[in-house]
Design a protein around this ligand. Structure first.
Ligand code: HAM
Length: 420
């Protein structure tokens, strides 16, 4: 017996008809970025392992526990990209984009890989749409990036989400705060592992979900109370730009992100209907990343939105982004001469930009009409011997069942009007 294969654990397929929703979500999010002048960047799926270790941070879960790392046949250590920002930065430096007009504004989409425990909304291959705006440290740009994500969600009809935002400070106030927090944490009655975490990355302890740790850290000192004047002014300006843009937000001083490169503005979009995996997107500013990766000392800001989770969020809200069927017209020929003519007509319609399909094979009219309904087309094109003799074709509106006869010469016109 032949072996039947399954997709690897935690790796989703995107098949019709649901894949139409996936595409609609991805494209709407990309479109929101296009409206703000972001150019497309297509990144490698795997990179030198060192890029992520350096860029994302060795002490993060993403790098220390979740990377798909392997030696290629030449013995080099490579890693399937767990996120996009480090790769974008590598590419910007390598291609010298940072020597041109600033900021460099880029958007991307595609699969990312994290060896996480799969569950609803958490996959080992996940899909993101992301943007990065690199080279200018301007609070108005932070606000633009956030507004692009917000507009992307709203263009899909999503509304049950909130934007959490905070500032993680800059190089003048952060080291000092880190020490204050560390001292506070090491004074608590924490287990050895957690103490170790407090020594390596104290902020991460504030993200501990265990109730007794949460209770102990309830009064922990907060970065927002220790911002330098510069960082505070930057944050205040971001907020006032968001007000002007009409983007609602919640200041969440305990917001902790899973990646190490963030400074200043840091944010997360959270959807209430998703249970544990509620983060539908997140991002922030990263002052030191470019330099860390061997480039100039330029700041950047960006976000990554989880396309899979956005699709789930839409389902939770019972919102259907304007997903059109997979074709506009569906041909139902009756008899061999009609079939031959239909093939030709559909070819002409496709050349004019109309999406077509037809009942292939020897299906009866009933089966063909069922297929037409399923296709999501607006019209079924009914063509029989009599039509051929008269130069007409039946245009059946599938939603209403209404049918009228039109001249074949007018078909393109009629169908195009219906599409508008
Ligand atoms: P991130 O928060 O790690 O940020 O991921 C962004 C989004 O990807 C999350 O909010 C979530 O919606 C989705 N996501 C992450 N892991 C999974 C998973 N296992 N399954 C399904 N969805 C997932 C970044 O990746 C940063 N590169 C974002 C960024 C860009 N920051 C600055 N620029």
């Amino acid at each position: 017996m032949n072996t039947k294969f399954s997709a690897p654990k935690g790796v989703p397929d995107y098949v019709p008809p649901q894949s139409a929703q996936f595409v609609a979500v991805r494209d709407a999010l990309l479109r929101a970025a296009d409206l703000a002048g972001y150019g497309h960047i297509e990144l490698p799926i795997f990179e030198d392992t060192g890029l992520f270790a350096r860029g994302v941070g060795e002490s993060t879960d993403v790098v220390s526990k979740e990377m798909y790392t392997f030696a290629d046949r030449g013995g080099r250590s490579v890693t399937l990209r767990p996120e996009g920002t480090a790769g974008v930065m590598r590419s910007v430096i390598e291609n010298g984009l940072d020597r041109g007009q600033l900021p460099v504004k880029l958007r991307y989409s595609g699969p990312f890989f994290r060896y996480e425990r799969p569950q609803a909304g958490r996959y080992r291959q996940l899909q993101q749409v992301g943007v990065e705006a690199i080279g200018i440290d301007d609070p108005a740009l932070d606000a633009e990036v956030i507004a692009v994500a917000d507009a992307g969600f709203r263009s899909l009809g999503l509304s049950g989400f909130r934007l959490d935002i905070t500032s993680l400070g800059d190089s003048t106030c952060r080291p000092e705060y880190r020490e204050i927090l560390q001292q506070f944490l090491l004074g608590l009655d924490l287990d050895e592992d957690t103490k170790e975490r407090a020594r390596i990355n104290p902020l991460r302890v504030l993200d501990d979900k265990r109730p007794h740790v949460k209770e102990m850290t309830a009064d922990a000192p907060l970065m927002l109370d220790h911002l330098s004047d510069g960082a505070k002014q930057h944050f205040d300006e971001v907020l006032s730009h968001l007000d002007r843009l009409g983007v609602p937000y919640t200041i969440n001083p305990r917001l902790v992100r899973g990646l190490d490169y963030y400074t200043k503005t840091t944010f997360e979009f959270v959807h209430e209907g998703l249970g544990a995996q509620s983060g539908i997107g997140g991002g922030g500013r990263y002052d030191g990343l470019m330099e860390q990766l061997g480039g100039q000392s330029l700041s950047g800001i960006g976000f990554g939105i989880g396309v899979d989770r956005t699709v789930l969020a839409l389902a939770a809200e019972a919102a259907d982004p304007a997903v059109t069927g997979r074709c506009d017209v569906y041909g139902v020929p009756m008899g061999q001469p009609a079939r031959e003519r239909m093939v030709e007509l559909l070819g002409t319609l496709r050349a004019a930009g109309v999406r077509t399909d037809m009942a292939y094979g020897n299906r009866g009219v009933k089966g063909a009409m069922k297929a037409a309904d399923k296709s999501g087309a607006k019209y079924a094109l009914m063509l029989g011997d009599r039509d051929l003799a008269e130069g007409t074709i039946g245009l059946k509106e599938l939603a209403t069942g209404e049918q009228r006869s039109v001249s074949i010469d007018d078909l393109l016109n009629e169908v195009s009007q219906g599409r508008g």
